[in-house]
Design a protein around this ligand. Structure first.
Ligand SMILES: *Cc1c(COP(=O)(O)O)cnc(C)c1O
Length: 358
């Protein structure tokens, strides 16, 4: 077996021990004689898995009793639509912050449902950043305020969240559980699982119960948060295997805890940013105070060397370092499960590459 260092932005590296555990119980789940993929979602084996997934998230994020944890499908993109459909009533305005590609997608979908006000716009700035809490121009009695806590493509991340009178809604797809967050400051948090929580196919939604209860009756049942809340995320067949993987990944995370993982994440990111800043050969693409701990975006001064960098890195088992096709450049995605040794290997490779080509 040979595993490479996989810097993919998502789906992304999972903990090796989690993959091995899933492999070991794949065909015969704990003596049941069937795979967890093959048993009834209402049976005791699977029900225990889903309950563990939810309780792990509640424990890891200290989710208060005021908030419900839902496991849905459709990815974060589905939440771009579901959030305004449920929370943005006619005559109301929702405040959105434009910080990059993912925020833009959320804004576009909300605009189809109701009135959107852009509370801050730095989405097209280079170097990239996210808005500062104090620059937000908020609407009086907005339905909610939407932010993208980490812009996966540009590599910019909110370091301090705004305090808002209206419910704060955050797309945390690419930094969920990578750092401590006070959930009580948020009305709704959502995240596709495939960056920090497990495989794609399940979407985590943490929603204040009163907001879920207010889902409009005219919506189809499957689109209402209240439906999923009342059914304990079992309104229809859940993505059982993805939730099983989420239960294992969150169990793995509990061994260290979010605080320790956060320290590790910061150290990993700092090592890469230090390597970038140590030379004019490389340059970071995000404003230093806004640099993401999850997606390290950078360029080579001579951009024509970037394809060479990617090809040589690939040969050394450092894969998926290409920046998103919309922005180019280079990107190292180093979520919770990405090992420190892989960061060291990339730093060593960057130095060697510079001495060969610089
Ligand atoms: C990946 C990503 C998405 C899209 O997630 P899907 O699950 O593919 O819909 C949305 N927002 C952010 C911040 C992301 O990183």
């Amino acid at each position: 077996m040979s595993r490479v260092y996989n810097f993919s932005a998502g789906p992304a590296t999972l903990p090796l021990s989690v993959l091995e555990e899933a492999r070991d119980e794949l065909v015969d789940y704990r003596g049941s004689g069937v795979s967890i993929m093959e048993c009834s979602h209402r049976g005791k084996e699977y029900m225990a898995v889903q309950e563990e997934a939810v309780s792990n998230v509640r424990e890891l994020m200290s989710v208060p009793d005021t908030h419900e944890i839902l496991l849905l499908q459709g990815g974060a993109s589905h939440q771009f639509a579901m959030v305004p459909m449920n929370l943005l009533a006619e005559g109301q305005t929702a405040d959105y912050t434009a910080s990059g590609s993912w925020a833009s997608k959320a804004i576009k979908e909300a605009g189809k449902i109701g009135k959107v006000h852009i509370a801050a716009d730095c989405g097209k700035e280079i170097p990239t950043r996210v808005p500062m809490p104090e620059e937000l121009q908020l609407t009086d009695s907005a339905a909610y305020v939407h932010i993208t806590s980490n812009e996966t493509i540009s590599g910019a991340q909110w370091k301090t969240f705004p305090k808002t009178a209206a419910p704060l809604v955050a797309d945390m797809s690419s930094d969920i559980l990578s750092r401590p967050v006070d959930v009580s400051d948020f009305g709704l948090i959502y995240a596709g699982a495939q960056k920090n929580l497990g495989p794609s196919g399940v979407t985590l939604v943490i929603i204040r119960r009163d907001l879920a209860e207010a889902s409009p009756e005219h919506l189809p049942a499957i689109l209402r948060y209240s439906t999923h809340m009342e059914a304990d995320s079992m309104y229809n067949t859940p993505p059982c295997f993805a939730i099983y993987m989420l239960s294992l990944t969150t169990r793995w995370l509990k061994q260290a805890g979010v605080e320790a993982v956060y320290e590790k994440n910061r150290a990993k990111a700092a090592r890469l940013y230090d390597a970038i800043d140590a030379t004019d050969f490389y340059s970071g693409t995000a404003v230093p105070g806004h640099r993401s701990d999850m997606n390290i975006t950078f360029r080579i001064a001579d951009e024509s060397l970037e394809p060479v960098f990617l090809a040589e890195a690939d040969k050394e088992g450092l894969v998926q370092l290409k920046g998103h096709r919309s922005v180019g450049g280079l990107r190292a995605s180093i979520y919770n499960a990405f090992p420190e040794e892989g960061v060291d290997a990339l730093v060593a490779f960057m130095r060697a590459f510079e001495s060969r080509h610089g």
